[in-house]
Ligand binder design. Structure first.
Ligand code: FAD
Length: 497
């Protein structure tokens, strides 16, 4: 048994009649459309990479009783060593897109790994729902599905509760019968949905009693009848060429509004049913939220290392790399890359056993999440500071080179001590694509918000910190002296202690 899912198989699986719209038109085939085809190929390349004989051992594993290997993201780690092997596979995958595909298949697989480990939480909710989760995990992992999720509601009127939003806005159960539930309304932001096989639908934001219609979770195939996918603008489609936009043209994983127009979901794919607290518990009482965001930090560790390399090359391109203040900035960036790597190692080393599986340390994960949410825009700003106008003073497109006269001017003006002019142009275009293009700017928004706004992520950190230990230290100090005895000493004329 040495085979694993390949890119060609993945591409075929996306030609399933899904209903995706862009620029007012229905997309006949996402794998061929100029807005999506390169990103689809980048996703497919992940599967081709894992299936290569030289990578198969590091990237995949054999689930018990399976007749095919699947990606390690589906592995429930039995100990620290398995967790580290799983992380290394994810880092290797992320390095194929320099960390720019935030919703690569390992993200939502990690969500489900956490839910599967905490299956007793679903058992408490109901044995049929637990069975549905168990069976779905089996199906998704054995088939190495690419899953995405929509677990957030449209912002609409943020000061109102979710149940009080306008009719037809937030996805909810509008009907149910012996076959299952019917869902109507919207969820966002469906990142990677265009190239995923299925979408996990849930509600992560707090619900209150009375909002049971909104309180469900389920998994639906992307070609489900009634599921409308409204893509945002495609950065891939507006990319000029691979030379001009090497990242936007290939790694635009896309985001999309998912509108459920009376989508029917069978009971065997419903994991939470009309239980507002269970919507929270599926993520937070299981290690699901910990696993999915641990994966996000794993991916980010690769992206930050890439950006750090980019910063260093920029200083070479403009000849500032030996200047002490520039080295100080580079040293600061490098220290933060080191911090994220060390925090990952900490989450793993300080993990705990649950139901026979090793789970990452939650508070250390939230610490990394809160810190990196601020760090990312800071990183981008420092790179801009290091670059000055170099990121802008570039030929309009590769086509300028086709005119020999213009090419000569470009080669005269794009000089650098450590790079040939053509190499410098090529590199600086990549740098701008990473941090300044519309694609790059979307990435800053992504890193700042993918896990929730600051008040949400800091709230997780607050909830999971060892306040007893921290305040206990303060209390211990307080217990070493008191006002009464100090006063007695002063009154006895003993002065300073
Ligand atoms: C590029 C991108 C991709 C995404 N992909 C996905 C995806 O694939 N699947 C998915 O489910 N979600 C996805 N999301 C959604 C993401 O999870 C949400 O953006 C995030 O949870 C924040 O929610 P929100 O956008 O509603 O912002 P809000 O929660 O409304 O926050 C916006 C701002 O409003 C203010 N604010 C709002 N409420 C409060 C409050 N109660 N107290 C204080 N301040 C408040 C704060 O200033 C806050 O920063 C994606 C988001 C982005 C940007």
């Amino acid at each position: 048994m040495t085979t694993a899912k390949t890119g060609a198989e993945h591409i075929r699986s996306l030609q399933d009649g899904r209903t995706v719209y862009i620029d007012g038109k229905l997309v006949a085939d996402v794998t061929a459309h100029p807005a999506f085809r390169n990103s689809v190929r980048s996703a497919a390349a992940l599967y081709d990479f894992q299936a290569r004989p030289e990578n198969i051992e590091a990237m995949t594993f054999s689930p018990d009783g399976a007749n095919r290997r699947v990606n390690r993201c589906w592995q429930l780690p039995r100990d620290h060593a398995e967790m580290v092997a799983r992380r290394k596979a994810m880092q290797t995958w992320a390095s194929l897109h320099c960390g720019f595909m935030g919703r690569s298949p390992d993200h939502v697989a990690s969500t489900l790994v956490g839910q599967r480990i905490g299956i007793e939480v679903f058992e408490k909710h109901g044995s049929a729902r637990a069975k549905a989760l168990r069976d779905y995990f089996e199906e998704a992992s054995r088939n190495d599905y690419f899953l995405t999720y929509v677990i957030i509601n449209p912002q609409a009127e943020r000061a109102k509760d979710w149940g009080d939003q306008a009719e037809g806005l937030v996805a909810k159960i509008v009907d149910e019968d012996t076959g299952g539930i019917t869902v109507r309304g919207a969820k966002l932001l469906g990142t990677s949905s265009i190239m995923a096989n299925e979408v996990f639908v849930a509600n992560l934001q707090p619900l209150k009693p009375g909002e049971e219609d909104l309180a469900f979770s389920c998994a639906v195939p992307m070609n489900s009848k009634g599921l409308r996918v409204l893509s945002r603008k495609s950065y891939e489609a507006s990319a000029v060429s691979v030379f001009d936009n090497p990242l936007s043209s290939r790694f635009d994983e896309n985001d999309a509004l998912m509108y459920f127009e009376d989508v029917k979901v069978p009971w065997e794919r419903i994991f939470v049913h009309r239980d507002t607290d269970m919507c929270r518990a599926q993520f937070h009482d299981t290690p699901s939220h910990a696993f999915q965001n641990y994966q996000a930090q794993i991916r980010l560790s690769v992206k930050l290392k890439f950006l750090c390399g980019l910063a260093h090359r920029i200083t070479e391109a403009i000849g500032t790399s030996a200047m002490p203040p520039v080295r100080e900035q580079l040293g600061f960036l490098a220290a933060n890359v080191g911090m994220v790597h060390a925090m990952l190692a900490g989450m793993e080393a300080d993990g705990t056993m649950r139901n026979g599986y090793w789970v990452p340390n939650r508070h250390q994960m939230y610490s990394a999440q809160v810190l990196t949410q601020d760090l990312y825009p800071r990183f981008v700003n420092i790179i801009r500071e290091l670059a000055g106008g170099a990121l802008i003073m570039l030929p309009s497109s590769v086509e300028d080179y086709a005119d020999p006269h213009l090419a000569k001017i470009i080669r005269t003006t794009q000089r650098a001590s450590k790079m040939e002019p053509d190499e410098k142009v090529k590199f600086l275009k990549a740098a701008w694509d990473a941090i300044g293009s519309e694609f790059g700017s979307r990435h800053t928004q992504y890193e700042m918000f993918y896990a929730g706004a600051k008040f949400v992520t800091s709230g997780h950190s607050f909830r999971t910190f060892d306040w007893g230990g921290a305040t206990g230290m303060v209390d211990d100090l307080m217990s070493t002296y008191d006002l009464e005895s100090e006063l007695k000493r002063v009154q006895a004329g003993n002065g300073k202690a």
